[in-house]
Design a protein around this ligand. Structure first.
Ligand SMILES: Cc1cc2nc3c(=O)[nH]c(=O)nc-3n(C[C@H](O)[C@H](O)[C@H](O)COP(=O)(O)OP(=O)(O)OC[C@H]3O[C@@H](n4cnc5c(N)ncnc54)[C@H](O)[C@@H]3O)c2cc1C
Length: 453
């Protein structure tokens, strides 16, 4: 069995390693256009901020390691054409420009995503940088050293992590977003208000509800970002507006969402026989809305890559879908979220209700006890849990993984109220705060007629 894999970051590496282990007789070739594989982009801000000192720690595989599994890794090779009917692909050696064709019995598409780059006037200026791969992270560090004024466009997770890292490096930092709130896809106002204040207290300037209109430069280098409301001095601009699936190769050959995300079934099969896909190149099944959505995350990528390998020969293990569970640490705040925010649920047409629990996470008699803020979002009629958010100065983020399981299993608020969680004063209270959220919204007991005996 000849297996071709296109792209070797998280989904690709997971697919390759598992394919090699499960089918020792398979001839596996992976094509990767970068000069490295398995880069953990989640480490970029930590590397910029100096938390991660050695960038080599941000890689967990190499062509040599894959070779030990019998895999041929073709680095600096770009696949330029795929014919899924004839089971052939064309690849270009980037160092020489030479092209050749290869054939496959099974194809795994793990081409991932690429940052959205709006074509604003001035976008071609130097020092406007993306934040996706290892080369970007080196560029951000190199350019950031000289810069005093740094502007980050896009207040999602990546943008927030970068402004924190630059502020800690002593830079003057501005964060611009067209939305009125930071992290608006992940968190409701109760959380974003607190985090925005934290950022402002550290001296980060927030330009929210502002749309970038152009970049201004001098001698080919960016000098300012202009929005519909203001102008911000910039020696370096980092664009983190979002990602789009990198799937041009497969266009017209397999079913996709409108944005180009490949649709796969629960076994990672595309609409074309023997063509599998995984990771950021794909849509995922989003359990809170019971429909497909584009949620590019490393967690989805490693799961889907592993399943593509498992199901390559016959459908064996099903994908469970996702809640888009995510976490972030912003200064001293440990934050995590899963499923829908209240706003997103309402925008999706659901009749969403919410409950907010604010409490000490463990008994007040303990020497220290921090506040936890937990929000649960649920559907009014069915009482199905739709989403949750948590924030505390202690790390309680794992409880959001618990809620992720609840959403995946369609649990109701009253079931959450009585789930068996342990109690020990070092860690929590007799009623775990997750139970407390369910208890606050128990359904009313139906009125009974008093029976006289
Ligand atoms: C700064 C940053 C921080 C992040 N932090 C987190 C986090 O904390 N948690 C989390 O879950 N996720 C995080 N993510 C998201 C996560 O990195 C992605 O979801 C993940 O990288 C997706 O993996 P992938 O293998 O599907 O795709 P990609 O990482 O996009 O990799 C695709 C690979 O395919 C190669 N390729 C594409 N086309 C071709 C071609 N035609 N020929 C040859 N090779 C090709 C590319 O060069 C690339 O190496 C972060 C992302 C960024 C950018």
């Amino acid at each position: 069995m000849r297996v071709a894999v296109i792209g070797c970051t998280h989904a690709g590496t997971a697919a390759i390693v598992n394919t090699a282990k499960l089918y020792p007789e398979a001839e596996i070739t992976v094509y990767e256009r970068n000069d490295n594989i398995s880069f953990l982009s989640c480490g970029i801000a930590l590397y910029v901020g100096g938390v991660v000192k050695d960038p080599q720690g941000l890689f967990y595989s190499s062509p040599e390691q894959l070779a030990e599994l019998g895999v041929e890794t073709k680095m600096l090779h770009e696949v330029t054409y795929v014919d899924t009917d004839r089971k052939q692909l064309t690849a270009r050696r980037l160092q020489t420009g030479e092209e050749f064709t290869d054939r496959f019995d099974k194809l795994i598409v793990t081409t991932g995503s690429w940052p959205v780059v709006p074509q604003f006037p001035g976008i071609e200026l130097d020092n406007i940088i993306l934040s996706k791969n290892f080369n970007h992270s080196n560029l951000i560090i190199e350019k950031g050293k000289e810069a005093q004024n740094i502007v980050v466009v896009g207040a999602g997770y990546i943008g927030i992590e970068l402004v924190e890292a630059f502020q800690m490096n002593g830079k003057s930092v501005t964060l611009i977003d067209a939305e009125e709130r930071i992290l608006s896809k992940y968190l409701d106002e109760e959380y974003t208000d607190v985090i925005e204040n934290t950022l402002r207290d550290r001296g980060i300037s927030l330009a929210l509800g502002e749309k970038v209109t152009r970049f201004e430069g001098e001698e080919g280098k960016v000098r300012a970002v202009v929005t519909d409301h203001g102008r911000y001095a910039a020696d370096v601009v980092i664009l983190c507006i979002g990602f789009k699936p990198n799937t041009e190769l497969l266009k017209g050959q397999v079913d996709m969402l409108d944005n180009g995300a490949i649709l796969v079934d629960e076994y990672m099969r595309t609409s074309k026989r023997d063509v599998f896909a995984a990771g950021d190149s794909c849509a995922v099944y989003y359990n809170p809305l019971k429909s497909h959505a584009y949620i590019p995350l490393a967690t989805n990528a490693v799961r889907m890559g592993t399943l593509a390998a498992r199901n390559l020969v016959s459908p064996t293990v099903k994908y469970l879908g996702t809640q888009g569970t995510s976490g972030i640490k912003i200064y001293e705040n440990n934050i995590a979220a899963t499923g829908l925010t209240e706003i997103a649920a309402k925008e999706a047409g659901l009749e969403a209700e919410s409950v907010l629990v604010t409490d000490s996470y463990r008994p007040e008699f303990m020497p220290s006890h921090e506040k936890v803020t937990l929000k649960l979002v649920y559907e009014q009629g069915t009482r199905r849990i739709l989403g949750a958010q948590i924030m505390s100065k202690v790390d309680l983020t794992q409880s959001i993984n618990t809620i992720s399981v609840c959403i995946q299993n369609d649990m109701k608020m009253e079931e959450l109220a009585f789930v068996d969680f342990f109690f020990q004063p070092h860690f929590n209270k007799p009623w775990n705060f997750l139970n407390s959220a369910g208890l606050q919204v128990l359904p009313e007991v139906p009125a009974q007629e008093i029976v006289h005996v």
